[in-house]
Design a binder for this molecule. Structure first.
Ligand SMILES: Cc1ncc(COP(=O)(O)O)c(C=O)c1O
Length: 436
């Protein structure tokens, strides 16, 4: 890595005394009350008042009838996906997943936890390209995917960085094809979407919905996640599976495969202490986004976009994307990278290295799943149809690949809600210097 601290372009800028994080937990002290109470009353395992309370509070907040506390968002996504498979195709035998030999349409530019559950359940993910308006699943590409694979009945949709995707279009396509939606709202708790004239929270937009309380999320339990639903039967099934699928017998009796996925009452205590701060955190995240938007307005970059009529994000992470004309050369291997500095231009890797040199943490955009070595043989559908095998030695171009483009030109900016305006101004200044 270059020595940015001695680079004359960055002269006069001091490194941060303490590191500025991408998104770290923000504790308020109230969490201790509920954790202490759990310890003092000896309810430290997977039963207790904290779990009962947060299940009710989150269900009320999101506007669903039932919430089931789980050990992680990943656990919620696994059980949601398994349940969708069971509802569609019936109970699987042991050693077989509920999605065996079935294809599932999946958001492509997301964290792998969104879509790995398809593989846990022996299904095959088909990745759907991203659109530029919200950086989420492209409804146009989804429509193409149903043309190519009309038998598919399940779609996993994530709301990236807290920005709701085009759910009206996605839901109507899914309705037309009789497909269920697993909604991954891990990053978007508190984000809203306007559907049929009504504001609906993310986490209430799919048939099987999930949120996360991971340490970097807008509120945290240190870990944890939830399955959200209006169906009592689904909530009971997920709760049963999450506690080893025990039957009503004096001994451990099992009709179904079980998991140890239930949330602990200690983790729930942390979440309970955080819930009252959810809107405050969202306001802080929004202020960070708006400060970047203003501070970077004179550069050849734009912020991660959102639909200002139909949605209100929770602004979990602020991101930028560099205009094509202002991209300096940058190449990425599987685990390494190289770039050049050019006057008036920059690249995500240069900006990430520069802010890291001054002790601030950014991150590349989620590398799309269709580009991941593990999923390189899975199908990928773009607005042009099949997104694989489009290159040709004799014809220039290889069709649209929006996810790859956003990954190439975009990055996540430090978005910690404890970052001060002065710290953020320094980060904005470092980014300006990258383009000198
Ligand atoms: C989009 C997305 N899906 C799923 C997850 C998984 O959640 P968890 O870390 O709680 O397992 C995360 C975050 O970690 C995420 O960002």
């Amino acid at each position: 890595m270059k020595n940015f601290l001695s680079d004359p372009r960055f002269s006069g800028i001091e490194p941060f005394e303490s590191k500025v994080w991408l998104a770290s937990p923000t504790m308020h002290g109230d969490e201790r009350k509920w954790v202490d109470e759990a310890i003092l009353t000896n309810w430290v395992s997977t039963v207790g008042a904290n779990i009962d309370t947060i299940e009710k509070e989150i269900a009320d907040y999101v506007g669903v009838k039932y919430a089931v506390g789980l050990s992680a968002g990943t656990a919620a996504l696994h059980l949601a996906t398994k349940l969708a498979g069971e509802r569609l195709y019936g109970q699987a035998r042991p050693n077989h997943g509920t999605l065996e030999e079935k294809k599932v349409f999946c958001s492509d530019m997301t964290f792998d936890a969104s879509i790995n559950p398809v593989a846990y359940e022996d299904g095959e993910a088909v990745f759907i390209d991203t659109e530029y308006d919200t950086w989420n699943m492209s409804p146009e590409a989804l429509e193409k995917a149903f043309e190519l694979y009309p038998d598919v009945r399940l779609v996993i949709v994530a709301h990236l960085y807290g920005t709701p995707g085009k759910m009206e279009e996605i839901k109507s396509i899914c309705d037309r094809h009789g497909a269920y939606i697993v909604e991954d709202a891990a990053e978007s708790l508190g984000a809203k979407y306007r559907l049929d004239g009504k504001w609906i929270e993310t986490g209430a937009l799919g048939n099987f919905n999930c949120i996360s309380f991971n340490g970097n999320k807008v509120i945290t339990g240190s870990a944890g996640g939830m399955f959200l639903t209006d169906s009592r039967e689904d909530a009971e099934k997920v709760r049963k599976w999450s506690t080893q699928s025990r039957e009503a017998a004096p001994w451990y009796q099992h009709e179904e495969i079980g998991y140890n996925y239930r949330m602990s009452n200690i983790v729930a205590g942390v979440v309970r202490g955080q819930i009252p701060y959810l809107s405050e955190h969202i306001e802080q995240k929004r202020a960070i986004y708006e400060r970047y938007e203003k501070g970077l307005a004179d550069l050849p970059v734009s912020m991660n976009p959102w639909d200002r009529v139909k949605s209100v994000p929770n602004f979990w992470l602020s991101c930028l994307i560099i205009d094509e004309e202002a991209m300096a050369p940058q190449v990425r291997g599987e685990t390494d990278y190289l770039y050049l500095s050019e006057s008036g231009k920059s690249s995500p890797q240069e900006i990430l290295d520069a802010i890291a040199a001054f002790r601030a943490e950014g991150r590349p955009i989620w590398k799309p799943m269709h580009m991941q070595p593990i999923y390189r043989t899975n199908a990928f559908v773009t607005v042009d149809g099949n997104g694989r095998a489009r290159s040709n030695a004799y014809i220039a171009g290889h069709g649209a690949d929006v996810g790859a483009d956003i990954f190439r030109r975009g990055l996540c900016l430090p978005s910690d809600n404890k970052m001060t305006p002065e710290q953020q101004d320094r980060i904005i200044e470092i980014i300006h210097r990258c383009f000198r």
